[in-house]
Design a protein around this ligand. Structure first.
Ligand SMILES: Nc1ncnc2c1ncn2[C@@H]1O[C@H](COP(=O)(O)OP(=O)(O)OP(=O)(O)O)[C@@H](O)[C@H]1O
Ligand SMILES: [Mg+2]
Length: 231
């Protein structure tokens, strides 16, 4: 079964996921600001890069230079920071509304011209890809039904070309038990939140689903260190 997973290298998490995140499928990470979504995504990409895979990080919010500045020196990232393919994606409303296949093609090619051709075909095998975050599309589009449609088109694309994708969705504090707007499109969904324990708040994550795996459903507290996630 080893071929079916794209592990994060965070042992406890991978084992709770039955080996790792779904290979060739889409995972969704949902949580409030500052909880650790970007960090988890970067750690997952770093693990792929360390295994010699082609991995892609797309930021729709914070400029890549800033992301690299904050995380690039961390122990979990610094050995592979130059192996990750980094992209900014700044989308204007007119590039998404109305949403058509040709707009999707243009978008992907313009963001990643070196690895995605004008027909949206990858020029190299892309093993892992992260979009941080799809909430930006939600805000640009401003319509839940259309947002779901656009996201589902992205997901179909990732499935078609065999990219293991991780989509990040921002949630408001205390609103995540629903698992996010895109929860039913993903094969694995992880929610993160601050949980109260002994009058303190701690970071915790919960696997809401992982198709094909009998996973735990309890909150797993974690810490963030220079080495990344510590469960
Ligand atoms: N080396 C470190 N040691 C301890 N904590 C760290 C370290 N690096 C980052 N952090 C913590 O991780 C938090 C940021 O996590 P991250 O950027 O992944 O959040 P996020 O969920 O992506 O938030 P947002 O929705 O705002 O993008 C920081 O606020 C900081 O508290
Ligand atoms: Mg983030």
């Amino acid at each position: 079964m080893t071929g079916d997973f794209e592990p994060s290298g965070i042992e406890k998490l991978d084992s709770a996921l039955g080996g790792g995140f779904p290979k060739g499928g889409v995972s969704l990470i949902v949580g409030p600001t500052g909880i650790g979504k970007t960090l988890l995504a970067l750690q997952w990409l770093a693990e792929g890069a360390r295994r010699g895979q082609n991995v892609v990080y797309i930021s729709t919010t914070v400029p890549i230079e800033r992301i690299k500045k904050y995380y690039g020196e961390s122990k979990f990232l610094r050995d592979v920071v130059d192996k990750i393919k980094w992209y900014n994606m700044d989308v204007e409303p007119k590039e998404m509304i109305p949403f058509t296949e040709s707009k999707q093609k243009k978008l992907f090619h313009s963001v990643m011209p070196d690895i995605i051709d004008e027909d949206m075909m990858p020029k190299i095998k892309i093993h892992r890809g992260v979009i941080d975050s799809i909430t930006s599309f939600d805000k640009i589009i401003g319509d839940k039904a259309l947002f779901r449609y656009v996201s589902s088109q992205f997901i179909k694309y990732f499935n078609r070309v065999g990219i293991s994708a991780m989509l990040i969705e921002e949630s408001d504090l205390g609103q995540i038990t629903s698992g996010g707007e895109m929860r039913n499109f993903a094969e694995a969904t992880i929610v993160m939140d601050y949980i109260e324990s002994k009058n303190m708040y701690m970071r915790a994550l919960k696997i809401m689903k992982r198709y094909g795996v009998n996973h735990p459903t309890y909150w797993m507290p974690f810490h963030i260190t220079d080495e990344g996630f510590e469960l």
